[in-house]
Design a protein around this ligand. Structure first.
Ligand code: LLP
Length: 379
């Protein structure tokens, strides 16, 4: 990133490398299984400009709120390519999704299934639904972002799935399209996905044997990125990820395959830029106090996530260790301890890398701070 570009920049601010986003989307589209649909998970980043580029690349949308459904539609994503997940869909949100005839509700409980049926009935509609199955697969990620274990609140437990399938088949205002899975996020090995394929195959065989027709299999998202080496690995190995499903998943004739990728698409194209406000000498350490904090990027405070930190103003030379912290009144407002940086001064611009996913979308106004701006480079 050229520093001249940044001299007048108002910080903190997200900067997005649009060319990298486009290359990432090209790689997704080139390697996804023929006929499959990749639904971009808007929760990762719903910045309108990025969303427009993603929509223009032909991806569908994975939404978790009425607000996300509206954003996806506004970006021109057709309603039939929108799927809607979430354990706590409100009546208003369900009505919105019904009025737009979205492609599929990913239903998370039998209670929700009943409510969707009632609301669809009231408006004379038939809701297309998939049942989100909790497959009990350990994706070996941080416990806050694992979703496929029995103790998680997500999905319908396999032990009650038969009951949910029978109910879905009996209700007159829902049409059961198939099954949905999502086993977690920031998954760095393909092994959990192989286990997922085996689970899906077994369930499919069972329900096909019972004559339950399903035309939709959604295997969710979760593909992880390399936070330590964003320059060396600017995108995940999409071909290996998709090939695993091509090899191990046995689709029934006429079935469509769906993915919900968020982080893998937008993470590496975004950095959070910030200025150093103070270099404060502590008793046994030096603090680099930034004008960005947990309000702009919550991941380190919430998940102990480690993002690569760079000083864009330093011209090399002597290195020094800093605790890089934000200005917010919380001890957890810390981006990293003992971070080796070139000797750093007030006014230097600091980049926190791999912040394109779950950065801007999770920013907040705690301490009555303004929300961060966004800058787009390499358009
Ligand atoms: N589908 C469902 C049903 C999900 O719950 C999620 C993410 C995704 C798809 C997209 O997952 P991805 O491909 O982005 O891993 N805020 C956390 C991540 C939370 C993920 C929540 N669900 C973080 O900053 O690491």
């Amino acid at each position: 990133m050229r520093l001249e570009l940044l001299s007048g920049l108002k910080t903190p601010c997200y900067v997005y490398d649009v060319a990298l986003l486009r290359r990432t989307l090209d790689a997704v589209v080139a390697s996804q299984p023929c006929g499959s649909v990749v639904h971009y998970a808007l929760k990762a980043n719903s910045n309108k400009h990025l969303l427009q580029i993603i929509a223009d690349a032909g991806l569908g949308a994975d939404c978790v709120s009425g607000g996300e459904i509206r954003l996806a539609l506004a970006a021109g994503i057709s309603a039939d390519k929108i799927v809607y997940s979430g354990v706590g869909k409100t009546d208003d949100e369900i009505r919105l999704a019904l009025s737009q005839s979205i492609g599929c509700f990913n239903v998370e409980s039998v209670e929700e299934l009943q409510v969707i049926n009632d609301l669809a009935g009231a408006s004379g509609a038939v809701a297309r639904v998939a049942l989100r199955v909790n497959p009990h697969i350990d994706a070996h990620t941080h416990h806050y972002i694992t979703t496929g274990l029995s103790e998680n609140k997500f999905g319908i437990d396999i032990s009650v799935l038969d009951e949910a399938v029978a109910l879905a088949c009996s209700l007159s205002h829902v049409q059961l399209r198939g099954l949905h899975f999502h086993i977690g996020s920031q998954i760095l090995t393909l092994e959990p996905y192989k286990l997922l394929c085996e689970k899906v195959n077994a369930l499919q065989e069972k329900y096909a044997g019972q004559g339950v027709a399903m035309d939709y299999i959604n295997v969710g998202g979760g593909l992880g990125v390399d936070y330590d080496n964003p320059d060396e690995n600017p995108m995940p190995d999409f071909a290996a990820f998709f090939n695993l499903f091509k090899t191990h998943l046995h689709l029934q004739p006429g079935q469509s395959l769906h993915f919900e990728l968020g982080r893998a698409i937008v993470c590496q194209c975004g950095s959070l830029l910030s200025r150093v406000l103070y270099i404060k000498q502590g008793l046994d350490r030096q603090f680099a106090i930034l004008d960005a904090g947990m309000t702009e990027l919550l991941r380190p405070a919430l998940y102990q996530a480690v993002h690569k930190i760079e000083n864009l103003s330093a011209r090399g030379g002597e290195m020094c260790a800093y605790d890089v912290v934000g200005p917010v009144c919380e001890s957890s407002d810390c981006f990293g301890t003992d971070v080796e940086l070139p000797v750093t001064h007030r006014g230097d611009i600091i980049a926190i890398r791999s912040a394109g996913a779950y950065g801007e979308s999770m920013s907040m106004q705690y301490n009555s701070r303004p929300l961060p701006g966004a800058l787009f480079i390499n358009e």
